[in-house]
Design a protein around this ligand. Structure first.
Ligand code: SF4
Length: 471
């Protein structure tokens, strides 16, 4: 059978809609398309639809009117209801259905047990080979990283990491770009369309190989893997050569963690540099921002570094085993600003131990970042972000909650973001009733909005639409 595939990054559910939007194609889906069509040379039609640019109604229309035979969704907690709607309709239209990504991987068993009438497969972890196996209609048992429901149980095929060179983004189909030219009336971080693209140098996080990783993190990576320097540089060259591109946002969690890898990338770019007008934005840990790394950042034309401050309170950083002090974070920001590099400080509100004092400390830290930006760059930081903690499946916070309320959370796939947060607040802060939860949440929202107002742009997570000031 020749499949005609629709890959969808579903629209966020209406109650979590944010005015901000991202105009970089969903990389996880582009990787699947490239692997199957370019790497394996399989002749198959694949459309990629970004739900930030299409409404749920438009996507439903596509499912009903176009001749798709298979649909794959990369869902998140805040888009799960919309994902289920799309899957329901796809199934009614006789399509093969699958889900993938961190969220689906973490909830694999629950999804397949509870939704096997509309979900045929979940791809756990890397999706390239699993997706290729599905479009080639291979024997289901032979397809790695595939899980499915059979004879009343969830079956998991062999699980493996796929070589990162299978997922190089050195090409994006022109029709994928087309959707980003639509006028959707939302705020873009860079205001102009299609000038900023995402890339990732590595998968996984060194924190997650320790027994203690971030309390709120629900990523499902296995180990830390970097792309070959030459592959990564090839991607950067491709992206920086796209018309109008001015920024590449490197979304790998800790870009500076492997010095040898970094030096090889720098060496390659010395021989064949990126255009001067293309800047890089990276994620890094505060402890890696040292005097000696600054020349490398300059050479790579990095002009923004995002650092997970998480909180301005030492008590909270200790509670979540973050091996950094608020002062370390500020010092890193100062070093960056004083060298002409902007710092994106990212905070999470509602972590264990949060109270009025810690919220004030976090606000003060954010304000210090803003003041440093003015002192050295004479402008606002491009971005300061305060998220409200999300209780992501797979995260230590979620496991704690599921233990606390097993009847409500064990084996469940449909988890409401707002409700899980509020249950977590009840548990973590010993709140007696809904009224106390409401008051606590209101505090987080107020401080969150205050912090988010300090930078030029913000795209915070964990809020309901109506809670975000100006949304
Ligand atoms: S949130 Fe924490 S554990 Fe998760 S990827 Fe980032 S640093 Fe690693």
């Amino acid at each position: 059978m020749n499949h005609n595939v629709l890959l969808v990054y579903p629209p966020i559910d209406p109650e979590y809609y944010m005015k901000g939007a991202n105009d970089s194609p969903p990389l996880g889906l582009v990787v699947l398309q490239n692997y199957v069509k370019r790497h394996l040379g399989i002749k198959v039609e694949i459309d990629i639809i970004d739900g930030e640019y299409y409404s749920i109604f438009e996507i439903i229309q596509m499912i009903k009117t176009k001749k798709y035979t298979m649909i794959g969704l990369q869902s998140m907690m805040a888009s799960y209801n919309n994902s289920l709607i799309l899957l329901e309709i796809a199934k009614k239209n006789g399509m093969v259905t699958f889900m993938g990504g961190h969220h689906a991987t973490q909830l694999c068993d629950a999804i397949l047990k509870n939704r096997n009438h509309i979900v045929d497969y979940v791809i756990e972890g890397d999706g390239e080979e699993a997706f290729a196996g599905l479009v080639q209609c291979k024997e289901i048992e032979s397809i790695p990283n595939l899980a499915y429901f059979e004879n009343g149980i969830v079956k998991h095929n062999l699980q493996k990491n796929v070589p990162l060179e299978y997922g190089i983004v050195d090409y994006i189909e022109p029709k994928v770009f087309e959707q980003y030219r639509r006028d959707i009336g939302r705020d873009l971080e860079r205001t102009e369309k299609l000038i900023s693209f995402r890339a990732y140098s590595h998968k996984g996080c060194s924190n997650r190989t320790n027994s203690q990783y971030c309390f709120f993190c629900g990523r499902a990576d296995r180990g830390v893997r970097f792309k070959k320097p030459s592959d990564y540089v090839r991607e950067l060259k491709y992206l920086s050569g796209l018309p109008n591109v001015k920024y590449i946002f490197e979304i790998g969690d800790d870009f500076l963690q492997d010095e040898e890898w970094l030096n090889q990338v720098v060496e390659l770019l010395r021989k064949d540099p990126l255009p001067e007008h293309v800047h890089l934005k990276i994620f890094a840990r505060a402890n890696r921002i040292t005097e000696s790394i600054i020349p490398i950042l300059k050479e790579l034309n990095v002009d923004e570094v995002a650092i997970g401050f998480e909180s301005g309170s030492q008590k909270i950083l200790d509670n979540i085993n973050k091996r950094a002090t608020p002062q370390d974070n500020i010092e890193a920001a100062k070093l960056l600003f004083s060298n002409g590099i902007d710092t994106i400080a990212s905070f999470v509100l509602g972590l264990p131990g949060e109270d009025e004092d810690t919220l004030q400390e976090t606000y003060d830290a954010a304000l210090t970042v803003k003041e440093l930006a003015w002192e050295y760059l004479h402008k606002n930081p491009q971005e300061i972000i305060a998220n409200i903690i999300e209780i992501n499946p797979g995260a230590p916070a979620f496991r704690k909650l599921a233990k606390f309320m097993p009847e409500k959370y064990s084996g469940k796939d449909k988890l409401d973001l707002y409700e899980t947060q509020n249950d977590y607040f009840k548990m973590e802060f010993n709140l007696k009733n809904d009224e106390e939860v409401k008051i606590f949440r209101k505090k987080l929202v107020e401080w969150g909005n205050k912090i988010n107002n300090l930078g030029n742009y913000t795209y915070p997570a964990g809020f309901k639409s109506e809670e975000v000031a100006g949304n």
